[in-house]
Ligand binder design. Structure first.
Ligand code: RIB
Ligand code: CA
Length: 311
């Protein structure tokens, strides 16, 4: 049976690959996309989400536009990593076929959770603002969901926007703190994602003259360049895909249950994910966190799935 999935996303090169993965994999039923700022402002990520759906002929998937700003901190975007407008490549302008639904993302999340009560996975792979707002609208949201899945945090791995924080938690630390505290989440941090890029040979082998594989090539190569420049890692760590990959393969991620908290102070503690692996605070676990991955198995799953999507 396939998992109904609502993906909250800021496309974004790795988000785009996650959307393609979710559209293609038989064990996932993508019931909608909600957009959020992060890799670019929300107007841009909403447009990108719509263009990706149109490129892959999936205008049946509804899009809901998300919040424009973090709860308390200033907006911070990452076009320098993902490309102008938040995504590398020339995606077609979206048409009326993917016009966003009339309700904002937070309401759409609550509506979908009620419609698929007890079955829906809400995967958030951008800033957590929409999810925090949905929680404010419906405090019982976690009980309506099967799972809240988050790509974000860096528990023991270095952060990518500060020594302690990943972009998704740094960019709205108050939302991240609330969502991690209150949803019993599954968290996939940089500890799992950062060193498991796609094989360079697979990326090089992608056809560049066909619209879908050409787009995948652009996303993977552009994103890889930042990892190469900053960390000397040769292939793109496509963080967001890994969170979804764990949904379809139980043996992929090394999950541990621990007490976790996100720092919402300013300064270097902003957005830091603390995972109490030693139980120093004597608190019950409030979620699960992926601290490792079977990288070869992951690469095979992702490349097989994306290959099918661009055939
Ligand atoms: O830190 C990586 C995360 O931040 C990914 O979700 C990427 O798309 C950005 O949102
Ligand atoms: Ca993302």
């Amino acid at each position: 049976m396939s998992t109904p999935l609502l993906l909250d996303t800021d496309p974004g090169c790795d988000d785009a690959l996650a959307i393609v993965f979710a559209l293609e994999h038989a064990d996932i039923d993508l019931v909608g996309l909600t957009s959020i700022f992060g890799n670019a402002p929300t107007a841009d990520t909403t447009r990108n989400a719509r263009s990706i759906l149109e490129l892959f002929d999936r205008t049946d998937v509804p899009v809901a536009a998300g919040a424009d700003e973090p709860l308390l901190v200033d907006l911070d975007t990452a076009e320098h990593i993902h490309g102008p407008g938040g995504i590398k490549g020339d995606l077609p302008e979206p048409t009326t076929a993917t016009e966003p639904v009339s309700v904002p993302a937070a309401q759409f999340i609550v509506d979908q959770a009620r419609e698929h009560e007890g079955e829906l996975t809400l995967a958030a792979v951008g800033r957590l603002t929409n999810v925090a707002l949905a929680l404010a609208l419906e405090p019982d949201l976690p009980d309506l969901l099967d799972e809240t899945l988050i790509m974000g945090g860096s528990a023991f791995e270095a952060g990518n926007v500060s020594p302690l924080a990943s972009a998704n938690f740094w960019g709205d630390p108050h939302a991240a703190r609330r969502v991690v505290r209150d949803t019993d989440p599954t968290v996939v941090p940089l500890d799992a994602t950062q060193h498991s890029g796609l094989p360079a040979a697979w990326i090089e082998g992608l056809a560049r003259d066909a619209p879908r594989s050409g787009a995948v090539y652009e996303w993977a190569t552009y994103y890889s360049q930042d990892d190469l420049d900053r960390y000397g890692i040769e292939t793109a760590a496509i963080h967001d895909v890994m969170a979804l990959a764990g949904l379809v393969d139980d043996d992929l991620l090394e999950m541990e249950a621990h007490f976790m908290e996100v720092g919402a102070d300013d300064g270097l503690a902003q957005g830091a994910l603390a995972v109490d692996v030693q139980g120093t605070r004597d608190e019950d676990p409030n979620g699960r966190v992926a601290l490792g991955v079977d990288a070869d198995r992951y690469r095979e799953l992702v490349t097989d799935t994306i290959d099918r999507a661009i055939e």
